[in-house]
Structures are given as C-alpha cells and as structure tokens.
Design a protein around this ligand. Structure first.
Ligand SMILES: Cc1ncc(COP(=O)(O)O)c(C=O)c1O
Length: 400
C-alpha cells in the first residue's frame, strides 16, 4: 500500500505553489503584497453577460444536466466568432466542442488521443498543461523551443529523425504563456505543411487570441487552407471577457479530433451549467467593445510596467501580446536562480511574480510578470523593485 501511484509519481511538486504559499503567509501577517504572479484577470466580465447569467439561473428549467459538447447556440456563436475574426468557416455540429475552460479541453484531448508511450512534442518553457496533460495520459514529452526561428524547425526535424516511436502530436501556443512570443501566418503555413509531411497532429492553444497590442492581431492556424486536416485549436473566454472562474472554452477544427474529444467528454462530464453557457453566448454575440477596452487596459499596463521597471533598473522586453512580461532575472541575481529570486522579491519588495523554472527547464533565468494589477500598483511595484535592486542579492536562506 505504500507505493506511490503511477501518475502521481510523474507529477513533480508544483514549483509555483511554494511562492504562492509564501505570498499567502505574508498577506495573512498583514503585509501588502503586489500580486503579479498568477494570470487571473482583475476585472469583472461585461454587465450584460452577468445579467444573462442571473436571468437564466432564475429559470426553474435551467438547473438540470446540460449537454456535454455544449448547447447548440454556443457552438454556433463560437463558429460565428471564427468567421468574423479569422474568416474561418466551422461546422458547429462537427468542428466545434465547448470545454470547461481550455485547460480541461487540452487535458481531455490528451486523454482521448494518447496511447501509453506515445511521444508528444511540447514547448519548453510552457504552460504546464501542455506537457502534464499528456504525461497524465501516459505520454513521454520531447521538448521543443518556443522561439519560432530556424532553430525551431531544426528541433522539429531532429525530433522526427531521432525519436522512437515517432512523435504523434505537436503542441503550439502563440501568443505564448509564459514567453509572450507571437507568430505570423507564414509560420502556421509552414507548420501545416510540416505536420502533413510528418503525419503529426497539431494542438494550437490560442488562449490569448484577443490580447494583442500595437494593432497587430493574433492569427489562427485554421486560417491556413487545409489546416483542418491536421489541427485543432483551443480558445478561452477567461482572458478575452475576464471570465476565468466561469470555466468556459472551446476546441475547434479537425473533425476526427473533435469527435474523439467529444466522445471522451461524454463519458466524463455533463457540460457546463446551462446559465453559464447561455451567458457565454451573450458574450460572444453581444457588443465587442469590452474586448477592445480590455486590450487597451492591458496594453497601457504593459507600457507602464516596461517604462517604470526600466527606470528602476530592470529592463523588461516589451511583450507584443498576452497578459505577461517574460523578464530575464536582473544581472546581480542571475546566480541565485528564478525560484530564489522570486522569493527574495516577495520577501524584500512585496512583489509576487512567477519563477520561470516553474514552466520547465528552459524557463530558468526568467520570471513571468502578470499585468493583473492597476497602473498605480504597478508603479508602486517598480518603486519597491528599485529599492530592492539597490540593496543587491541576499544569500539563499538569508531572507526573513
Ligand atoms: C496558454 C494558456 N492556455 C490555457 C490556459 C487555461 O485557460 P482556461 O481558463 O480557458 O482553462 C491558460 C491560462 O492561463 C493559458 O495561459
């Protein structure tokens, strides 16, 4: 009975949980912590969306089991979104499934299509479900870079040439969490050709579809003619409409993959609460000015962060999209590593960030800073950072 369970053994302790526990303890002791750690939107969803939720929840007939693959009106609303935003036609019956957040969609897809021992290509650093969804399903991960340059294509080709068994699935995520890197349509064009030539399924995570800046809209892999032959794409209402707690997302694209996901979900769940699905329809079909306002808010925070942290002595590359900055650890702290740096930043500057190592080996040397506090708090964080940097690094264990 003392043996560890097969899957649990494959799940390392959640690195970020350590800093989270410290942040919680600091707050409990009455300290003001500026929390730029988790990508949790700080704004409420639009009022017409919460109104719709309440209206439908008040109906006696709305409380039974819903439909696992999502109510028809919601699948249609998602198809309409792809048509107006990307010019992509989708069949709401066979090419769209509603998921309980894109995280659930990715992990249920992994369950649906993975055989034990399959090799999956996933980015490093990455949002953890890109690797652990498949690890839980029994796969082995081979890491590929996130930066979409020639090294990336070389890494993909090497992976196909030198891995036995040959990889079956490739995960891509642009705008990337955590690196905020983006790609253009030419990248997806080449990727679709590559996937077809190598008989690899592509899972594209487009959770930050609407958080792009400087007037450069994100692209969808499904814009490439023939992409549906090899790809599915996951989107989310969490960041676009600030509905993270609602657990509402979608998978769209290849019919075989969508059918597999729908089948597994039909065994696992009864779908999201119907009022939530009805309110999600209201969000997708209603006025979209809130999406633009959201985008402007994050872009302004980004500009404030890059400028004020830069003046504090910490140069942060300007993220072109997402709600994160991916910041190299300041020179004086490079030896201590991202986890220890994050702890010192929390203890000594009252600023919580996410240690890069929590996103995989290649994340070491960086921290991820989420733009989830207002301008004033970001400026306060920069002042604290300035003081902290001027004091220099403490030795590990020297923090209070
Ligand atoms: C890249 C990426 N994919 C998926 C998710 C999960 O989103 P959801 O709330 O739709 O499950 C996140 C959340 O932060 C994310 O950053």
């Amino acid at each position: 009975m003392s043996e560890e369970f097969y899957r649990i053994k494959r799940l390392p302790p959640y690195v970020i949980a350590e800093v989270n526990a410290m942040r919680h303890a600091a707050r409990q002791s009455g300290r003001d912590i500026i929390d730029l750690g988790m990508g949790n939107p700080d704004h409420p969803p639009p009022k017409h969306v919460t109104d719709k939720l309440c209206e439908v929840a008040a109906k006696p007939g709305a409380h039974g089991y819903s439909q696992s693959k999502g109510i028809p009106g919601l699948r249609k609303a998602q198809a309409n979104y792809y048509a107006r935003r990307f010019g992509v036609e989708l069949d709401p019956e066979r090419e769209v499934v509603v998921t309980m957040g894109s995280k659930e969609g990715l992990s249920s897809m992994a369950t649906a299509i993975t055989a034990p021992g399959d090799v999956v290509l996933a980015p490093s650093p990455s949002y953890p479900i890109h690797t652990f969804g498949f690890i839980i399903a029994g796969a082995t991960i081979r890491s590929v870079p996130t930066t979409p340059d020639e090294h990336y294509w070389k890494a993909l080709d090497n992976a196909m040439a030198f891995t036995v068994p040959r990889p079956t699935v490739l995960v891509v995520n642009y705008p990337s969490n955590p690196t905020a890197e983006t790609v253009d349509l030419a990248f997806y064009d080449r990727l679709v050709d590559w996937a077809r030539e190598n008989s690899v399924w592509v899972m594209s995570d487009l959770a930050y579809s609407e958080l792009y800046y400087d007037g450069k809209p994100t692209r969808s892999i499904l814009e490439v003619p023939g992409a549906k032959d090899v790809a599915v794409e996951f989107t989310s209402m969490s960041k676009t409409y600030s509905m993270a707690g609602w657990r509402m997302g979608f998978a769209v694209g290849n019919q075989k993959l969508i059918a597999a996901l729908t089948r597994v979900k039909s065994y696992l769940d009864y779908g999201a609460f119907t009022p939530i699905q009805a309110a999600a329809v209201a969000a997708l079909n209603g006025p979209q000015d809130v999406v633009e306002e959201n985008r402007k808010r994050y872009q302004h925070r980004r500009d404030v962060m890059v400028e004020s942290f830069g003046r504090a002595g910490w140069d942060i590359p300007v993220p072109p999209a997402s709600m994160f900055a991916w910041a190299p650890i300041p020179e004086a702290f490079q030896d201590v590593g991202s986890l220890e740096f994050s702890k010192q930043l929390l203890e000594r500057a009252g600023v919580a960030v996410a240690a890069g190592v929590g996103y995989g080996e290649e994340g070491e040397g960086y921290v991820r800073i989420a733009m989830v506090e207002n301008e004033q708090r970001i400026r306060q964080a920069a002042r604290n950072v300035k003081r902290f940097l001027s004091e220099g690094a403490a030795k590990p264990g020297e923090t209070e």
